[in-house]
Design a protein around this ligand. Structure first.
Ligand SMILES: [Zn+2]
Length: 398
């Protein structure tokens, strides 16, 4: 009995061993492409931070199939994300050179190589690849978005318009505001050159910008600029005042333009009549900026004091105004007494806990000045001027 049980146990062990051997053998028959030794070697190099050796071993692999190609691509991307773009380029280039690569894998790898070039600043090389791919692959939206990014960086606004229209036609993305900004950029370039021909061209661009976005404040301001450059100052004035009426939040952007236009018309006093009428209605903060450099002849010291007192009492005076106020005290235009000292103190107290800034609605980027395109996330029209907000020391300020 005892012998019989031990024999059975022995037989079970033998049978299990045979079954195990057979199953292992059949497993390897089904998976002839088990992990190649080069992979394990390069993994070791990677772990020991010997990146170049890892890449060399990797690239010495004799053949590349779909799975191993994907690993190559991922490894390249890993290097790119670490900022080691040269290595990423080497891997992706080597992979593309493989004749056995399937077309879709080659396209995927080309996209990554172009991204490497984009990251390393070789915009023309990236553009070339993306452009070619945009006509080859089935769903080129991602590739077109990269082209849009490149054209924006190169300030190639016409190309940016073309590619954005293409993106709109093949996806659901609404880029009308972005395209409107591109036309505004083109218009600005023409306005700078300021010949009659350029200004006519600028006007055409502005109208196109307005076709894409009827409410483009930027385009409306530019219309004023064109009138100004054409020396049609009354027309410019009308357009700038239009911004105050329709888009009060952006009115501070045309304040300086308005002041200069009034100057050109030779009616400096009107500017003050104008801003005085506005301040009683809307409390615009920066209306009196630089007043210390710009006091109309018929404005008395009492008038100046009164203007500032009103702003300080509202608690909405800006730091620029405060600086102007101090300049005016220095020039003896405003008396240095308890009242003025109190104004300064109150204003500083306000700013010690609060600050004024622009903020991107898309990514939260904040800056002192206004940008039409967010420098951080490259979104257009996303920057708005916020009212006084609590100061944060970690804000990125430009
Ligand atoms: Zn942003």
């Amino acid at each position: 009995m005892y012998i019989a049980i031990s024999t059975i146990i022995f037989l079970i062990i033998i049978i299990s061993a045979i079954l195990f051997y057979v199953s292992i053998k059949s497993f390897y028959k089904k998976n002839p492409n088990n992990i190649p030794t080069e992979y394990l070697q390069s993994m070791n190099y990677l772990l020991s931070e010997q990146h170049d050796k890892a890449i060399d071993t990797f690239m010495s692999m004799v053949s590349v199939n779909k799975d191993t190609a994907e690993t190559h691509i991922i490894l390249g991307n890993l290097f790119r994300n670490r900022g080691e773009v040269d290595r990423a380029i080497r891997i992706h280039q080597n992979l593309i050179a493989r004749p056995e690569l399937k077309p879709e894998i080659r396209q995927q790898c080309s996209i990554e190589l172009a991204r490497d070039y984009l990251k390393s600043g070789f915009l023309d090389r990236a553009e070339q690849i993306f452009k070619k791919l945009s006509f080859e692959i089935d769903n080129p939206v991602v590739v077109c978005l990269h082209l849009k990014e490149i054209y924006e960086q190169e300030k190639e606004w016409k190309k940016a318009i073309g590619i954005s229209e293409r993106i709109q036609s093949i996806s659901n993305e609404d880029l009308s505001d972005t395209i409107s900004h591109y036309y505004c950029e083109l218009a600005e370039n023409e306005i700078i050159l300021s010949s009659e021909e350029n200004l006519n061209e600028a006007k055409k661009y502005i109208n196109k910008a307005l076709n894409y976005n009827k409410k483009s404040v930027r385009a409306l301001i530019l219309l004023g600029d064109v009138s100004f450059q054409n020396k049609k100052f009354n027309e410019a004035l009308k357009r700038y005042i239009g911004i105050f009426d329709s888009y009060p939040d952006f009115s501070y952007l045309v304040l300086e333009k308005l002041k200069i236009t009034y100057e050109k018309l030779g009616t400096n006093e009107n500017f003050f009549t104008f801003i005085k009428s506005l301040s009683s209605i809307r409390n615009p903060m920066e209306l009196y900026s630089n007043l210390s450099n710009y006091i109309p002849k018929n404005m008395s010291n009492e008038d100046i004091s009164e203007l500032y007192n009103t702003e300080f009492q509202k608690g909405e005076a800006s730091l620029t105004q405060l600086s102007d106020y101090i300049n005016l005290i220095e020039q003896n235009k405003i008396a240095f007494d308890n009242k003025s000292l109190n104004n300064i103190k109150k204003c500083l107290e306000l700013y010690s806990s609060k600050e004024s800034n622009h903020k991107c609605a898309n990514c939260g980027f904040s800056s002192i000045r206004h940008f039409w395109q967010c420098p951080s996330c490259h979104q257009w029209s996303s920057i708005n001027k916020s009212t006084l907000t609590k100061s944060k020391n970690d804000h990125y300020v430009v």
